[in-house]
Design a binder for this molecule. Structure first.
Ligand SMILES: C[S@@+](CC[C@H](N)C(=O)[O-])C[C@H]1O[C@@H](n2cnc3c(N)ncnc32)[C@H](O)[C@@H]1O
Length: 217
């Protein structure tokens, strides 16, 4: 059977090395950034994690946020397998559905209190964010619900610009992502009708952690 092609690339090949590579380049800083606004997740929330990779963030949410139910949506079956093995290995308790697929796999009648996209928006072009990715996920967010974003933003320092360019080229080669440069995802989130409530810069200004709310239906 032919593997499905996703616009956000196929991370199966890079999955076994992903965490080690991220650690070599950034240490624990990318993980720390993802925890900044986790306390905004209310208890008993129905949570959608999109592109959570090997499951570190899922572990933190189960340990610290008491969600009612989590849908773990990943296009990479290998990333997803690692995340589910992590739950077993660490004996984590919680109601989690692992689902291989992309934003189109969110069912029309599903509604989430919280959506998280950790280092995922940077995989897409502005056109794909605007026309496909953001509207599909926004439809699955309850009115009043929040969308927690952690992602790279356009750096000002030349060294960081070079690092970001190298990362995009690396994932174009290894995962087949289609974007050629970092999209202005903040502009696209605002255009999609969400409101930014909180924002914190991390990783020397390269990463922004943000809370966006769906105020209007
Ligand atoms: C750059 S990695 C980040 C992984 C993880 N969030 C982390 O920070 O370690 C992006 C992840 O998003 C997944 N992904 C890409 N496009 C996706 C989509 N449309 N829906 C769900 N997952 C997606 C990839 O398989 C990959 O695991």
């Amino acid at each position: 059977m032919e593997a499905k092609t996703y616009t956000g690339g196929n991370f199966n090949w890079v999955a076994p090395a992903y965490d080690a590579l991220a650690f070599i380049v950034f240490g624990r800083r990318l993980q720390r950034a993802q925890t900044v606004f986790l306390d905004r997740i209310p208890p008993n929330a129905i949570v959608l994690i999109v592109g959570g990779g090997t499951g570190w963030l899922l572990e933190q949410i189960l340990l610290n946020c008491q969600p009612k139910h989590v849908v773990y949506l990943e296009t990479s079956s290998r990333m997803l397998a690692r995340a589910s093995q992590r739950l077993v290995r660490k004996a984590l308790v919680g109601s989690v559905e692992f689902r291989v697929g992309d934003e189109s796999s969110v069912k029309p009648d599903e509604r989430f209190d919280v959506i998280l996209t950790p280092f995922v928006l940077d995989l897409f072009s502005e056109q794909t964010l605007h026309a496909v990715f953001l509207p599909r996920l926004r439809a699955g967010l309850k009115t009043g619900g929040i969308w927690l974003v952690t992602d790279f933003v356009q750096p000002k320092i030349w060294l960081q610009k070079g690092l970001l360019w190298t990362m995009i080229q690396f994932f174009r080669l290894t995962a087949g992502i289609q974007t050629t440069h970092l999209a202005d995802w903040q502009k696209q989130l605002a255009k999609s009708g969400l409101t930014c409530e909180e924002r914190q810069t991390q990783v020397g200004g390269m990463v922004s952690v943000e809370v966006w709310r769906k105020i209007k239906r």
